[in-house]
Each structure stands twice: as structure tokens, then as C-alpha cells.
Ligand binder design. Structure first.
Ligand code: C5P
Length: 385
């Protein structure tokens, strides 16, 4: 792919070096177009050395080659990372006072913008409005990550990590023609007509994965355990119990390419569900419920050629060791492990995970569940292609 990397003048500009390195290592061709202010944060020499291409950001140099048209036509994708609030505003207004601004108006390529700025600036009404305008025009805007900012402060506004940006860039179309089954949410095992054994899973990560898979062109089936989620973009099968989830997984995985088991599945169910509400007056001060083990759905799925992606929610022990053990015991090719101690991750929009694979690879990812989903989908794309 031919990537034109626009860099604008924020402190995160230094991270563009890693993006260039990452893309060229993956075999993509990169040309770099910094703004004048970006060159205060990172030198043209670095950009030229890493991209193996000359950097000439001048609007009035080499004019006979009509650079903005040539660059705009050359690119398969224009990625601007980092994008400052000012750049986002200039783009929303169509201002073309430098070479990058001219390319933005001239190109017909796909455009992806990764903003990075202080939290206050990101949430400023003007920026919110400008980002909306960009998205309405079909420009993809990657949500900034949360974390340490330039000073002592932290919050939303950081440039997402290189993996996330590169995954967003490569995700498009990578799963076209593929069938991906995603489970999400948490199962409920009935005790009586009014009570159940459940868990805190919100389903946000699984839904984000289903959406990212659909964005990448896959035909998606989402098996939603006790979720309200509805969409017209892909099939949603609603289930409540592990038994229902098991049937849905069995029925949908034949002929599928990948199964992502992000649902939190109850390990046990109640041996005998009471047909009527259990009453304290009949049970006394202490009581017990007999539980029987549920089948392990992920372990039992054995469809030739199916890529199995498991999840693990852990509260103690070394996350990456636990992830590797679970990867093997469940027969998965990828496993995503969360540390959910102290109520972390459940219901939140942000997450931090370790992804291990059966080739011994390990990646740590922190960011929004949607960004993590994109990276995971990229890993699935790589495995399926
Ligand atoms: O063993 P543990 O519950 O930690 O494993 C979590 C992974 O296994 C998740 O991917 C979950 O969806 C799946 N699982 C399953 N059937 C069960 C329990 C968990 O498929 N009975």
C-alpha cells in the first residue's frame, strides 16, 4: 500500500518515526509530508532515513511537478498522525495554506486522521464540531487514547499507540469474504423465575470486535448473551444461558473462518432450576444451591480451519503466563487476557490487555475497546490471509 503520512506540529510528532518504521517493515511504501511546525518537533533527516524518500514540504518548491496533485494521486491512503486541533479545524474549513492542506483537498484517496491534543482541546466545542464535519465527509478519525499528556496531566488526547494506528490503516477490507462469529456479553444461569447466576460483563468489547470485523468486510454473526445491542449491519443471535450459547456457537461455526469468544460464560449452572420463586421462609438462615459444571464451549469447538480466539479475565497471577496456559488448554490460536482485579475493565470504555498467540507472540494494548478491537481484527486478518 502507498501511504502518504502527514505530520502536524504537536509533541506527538516524534511518534511518527515509529509509524513509518512499522509501515515500511510491513512492506508498505511511505512518503512523508510534515507541516512547517511538525519540523520543529521531528527532523526531516529522520523522516527521510526511515521512509527512504525525500521530504519536501514546501508549497513553492519543485512547483513544476504540481506536488499536491502528484502526491494526492500517488497515495492509496493519506494518514495524518498526529493531527493537531488546528489541522482538524483547517481541514474542516478546507483551508489549503500549505502543501498538506492542498493535498487534503486534492486527493481522492482514503483519509485517516489521528488527532492528538490536550483533553480540554479535544472536548472543546469547536474541535467536536470539526471532527464531526470530517467524519461526515468520510474522513476516518481515530479516537485519541487516554493517558499521560505532555505535562504532569493525563486524560484523553494522547496519540494512540502505533499498533492501533497501523491496524486502523490496514483493517479496511482485510476480512472481505470471511465469516466471523463473535460472542459477547455474559451468560445467566437461572436459579428460579426471578434470580440467576450472572457476571459483570457489559459486552462492550465483544460488540466493538463485531463492529471492527464488519468494518473490515467480514460477514459477522454476533451471539449476544443478555445484551440490548441491535444493528442492521450483521446478524445478532440472542441467548441467555450457556446451553443456548453452546447451540448458537455450534450452529454458526460450521463453515466460519474465525470464532471470537469474548462472552463471559458461566462455568457452572444450577442443577435443578426451581419452577417457583424460592422463599426465605422455606429456606431458613443458610441455604445452598447445587451447581454442575457447564461444558467449555471454546475447548469443544473443533471446526477444521476455524481460527479460535479466546478471552480470559484474571484477578491474580502473571497475566501473560496465565494467557499462555489458557491459550493452550483451550486450543486457541489467539488469546486476549484482561486484568479485572478491583472492578477494572467491566463496563468501562477503556481497556488494557495482553494478546498472546500460538507462535509465542505477545502484545500489550491499552486504549479504547474499539481501538483494541481494531488491533485484534488486524491480527485475525494476518492469520486468515
Ligand atoms: O476458563 P475461562 O472461563 O477463564 O475461559 C474464558 C474463555 O473461555 C472465554 O473465551 C470464554 O468465552 C470461554 N468459555 C467457554 N465456555 C465456558 C467458559 C468459558 O467457552 N464454559
Amino acid at each position: 500500500m502507498r501511504v502518504l503520512l502527514g505530520i502536524t506540529g504537536g509533541i506527538a510528532a516524534y511518534k511518527s518515526a515509529e509509524i513509518i518504521r512499522n509501515l515500511t517493515e510491513l512492506g508498505h511504501e511511505v512518503r512523508v509530508l510534515p507541516t512547517e511546525n511538525a519540523l520543529r518537533f521531528i527532523g526531516a533527516t529522520t523522516l527521510e532515513a526511515l521512509s527512504h524518500n525525500v521530504v519536501d514540504a514546501g508549497l513553492y518548491t519543485d512547483v513544476e511537478s504540481v506536488k499536491h496533485i502528484e502526491l494526492g494521486q500517488w497515495a492509496d491512503v493519506v494518514l495524518v498522525a498526529p493531527a493537531t486541533a488546528s489541522f482538524v479545524a483547517r481541514t474542516a474549513a478546507g483551508i489549503a495554506d500549505d502543501l498538506l492542506g492542498n493535498v487534503m483537498l486534492a486527493t481522492k484517496a482514503r483519509i485517516i486522521v489521528a488527532p492528538a491534543m490536550h483533553t480540554e482541546m479535544w472536548f472543546n466545542e469547536a474541535t467536536v464540531e470539526n471532527v464531526k464535519i470530517l467524519r461526515e465527509r468520510g474522513i476516518e478519525v481515530i479516537e485519541p487514547a487516554s493517558g499521560r499528556l505532555t505535562g504532569e496531566d493525563s486524560g484523553i488526547g494522547r496519540l494512540p499507540d502505533t499498533e492501533t494506528i497501523v491496524a486502523a490503516l490496514l483493517a479496511s477490507g482485510g476480512l472481505s469474504g470471511k465469516r466471523v462469529i463473535v460472542t459477547a456479553g455474559g451468560t445467566r444461569e437461572p436459579i428460579d423465575p426471578v434470580r440467576f447466576i450472572g457476571n459483570y460483563s457489559s459486552g462492550k468489547q465483544g460488540i466493538a470486535i463485531a463492529v471492527a470485523a464488519a468494518d473490515a468486510g467480514a460477514k459477522v454473526t454476533l451471539i449476544a448473551a443478555n445484551l440490548d445491542f441491535a444493528t442492521t449491519r450483521f446478524d445478532v443471535i440472542r441467548v441467555e444461558t450457556v446451553a443456548e450459547l453452546q447451540v448458537a456457537v455450534r450452529n454458526s461455526t460450521t463453515g466460519a473462518d474465525a470464532l471470537v469468544m469474548s462472552a463471559a460464560v458461566s462455568d457452572y449452572r444450577v442443577r435443578t432450576e426451581s419452577a417457583t420463586k424460592l422463599k426465605k421462609s422455606n429456606l431458613g438462615e443458610t441455604t445452598s444451591i447445587e451447581l454442575v459444571a457447564n461444558p467449555d464451549i471454546l475447548s469443544e469447538v473443533d471446526v477444521p480451519g476455524l481460527l479460535k480466539v479466546g478471552f480470559a479475565a484474571e484477578t491474580n497471577g502473571d497475566l501473560s503466563d496465565l494467557a499462555k496456559l489458557k491459550l493452550e488448554s483451550k486450543g486457541c490460536q489467539l488469546l486476549v487476557a484482561n486484568d479485572v482485579s478491583n472492578g477494572a475493565v467491566f463496563g468501562a470504555n477503556e481497556t488494557s490487555v495482553v494478546v498472546v498467540d500460538d507462535a509465542g507472540g505477545e502484545t500489550r494494548l491499552t486504549g479504547s475497546k474499539s481501538d483494541v478491537a481494531k488491533v485484534l481484527i488486524q491480527k485475525i486478518v494476518e492469520r486468515l490471509s
